[in-house]
Design a protein around this ligand. Structure first.
Ligand SMILES: [Zn+2]
Ligand SMILES: [Zn+2]
Ligand SMILES: [Zn+2]
Length: 296
């Protein structure tokens, strides 16, 4: 299977899961609204935001497959990061609204009308989640796709959230309606946590934070024959698109032909030792005889 086939398969799976997630979200939102349950609606919003993160994955695959062009010599992968920021803003908004409704219900309690259908909706949507988790995990491992495997892990956590809503519905049935807003506040915190995680990772990428610790790169580069010293090591970028540049000192008598080979050796070694490195630029300087010479 070539990489285009693989991308197409991952894309198809993500589209299926997106549809399932939004279907599950619609069922919980509509039914939660009908029976006036804050926690069921909150869980619905949560599933909606999960669908949105499938959308990030889809956009990521779509833009990543676009080739480098004149206007984007570094490729198009940061569009995915940019989309993540937008999704995180959406999650903060959802989190805020769920919190607001939960708190309002403490001031002005609403008693949800739990019926058998509400339980059915929760059980069916939970079954869909379990199916999604198993399917995504199996396909993710087959296709070696991090997006699918990590999304499967996330879906596993969602099954617990849905289970907590079922318990909440039972508590309401047994005469404890205040469990409902409490559960919705917990779900709001889950959504807020996801929003913070996404924003943290995106801002790390957008602000060019170091992607690999300097000492680790230094250790690898200094082990290569011909490299006398190494400084000004910089790394940045997304986990799947890391750019590195560095300066090295070599024997001042080294000829250009050998120097060129050495720079290739460094590039290949770094790419082999660190996953996700797509670009290495090596700047060479002659080792000067006198000590304490200024380095540039
Ligand atoms: Zn989720
Ligand atoms: Zn060259
Ligand atoms: Zn230098």
């Amino acid at each position: 299977m070539d990489s285009r086939d693989r991308f197409q398969q991952i894309r198809r799976i993500l589209i299926y899961i997106l549809i399932l997630n939004w279907g599950v979200a619609a069922a919980k939102l509509i039914y939660g609204w009908m029976i006036r349950s804050a926690s069921m609606k909150a869980d619905g919003f949560h599933s909606f935001s999960d669908g949105s993160s499938n959308l990030i994955g889809l956009i990521g695959i779509w833009v990543a497959s676009r080739p480098i062009d004149k206007n984007h010599p570094y490729g198009h992968k940061k569009y995915e990061t940019l989309t993540s920021v937008a999704i995180s803003a959406l999650l903060f908004f959802v989190c805020f609204n769920v919190l607001r409704e939960g708190i309002a219900r403490f001031i002005d309690p609403v008693i949800p009308e739990v019926n058998l259908n509400a339980f059915l909706v929760m059980i069916v949507t939970m079954a869909v989640n379990i199916f999604v988790m198993v399917y995504e995990n199996k396909k993710g491992k087959e296709l070696k796709s991090d997006i699918l495997v990590s999304d499967a892990l996330h879906t596993r956590a969602d099954i617990l959230t849905s289970a907590s809503v079922i318990i909440t519905l039972m508590a309401i049935k047994f005469g404890y309606p205040m469990v409902d807003p409490i559960a919705s506040l917990f779900i709001a915190l889950f959504i807020g946590y996801a929003a913070v995680q996404i924003l943290r990772e995106s801002s790390r990428v957008l602000s060019d934070a170091a992607a690999i610790p300097i000492q680790e790169i230094e250790r690898v580069v200094l082990a290569i024959k011909g490299v006398k010293e190494c400084h000004r090591i910089r790394s940045r970028g997304r986990a799947d698109d890391i750019h590195i540049d560095l300066h090295i000192l070599v024997d001042r008598e080294m000829d250009v032909h050998r120097a060129h080979h050495l720079s290739y050796a460094i590039e290949n070694k770094i790419k082999r030792d660190f996953r996700g490195v797509t670009d290495v630029v090596v700047h060479m300087e002659p080792m000067e005889m006198e000590k304490n010479k200024k380095r540039f």
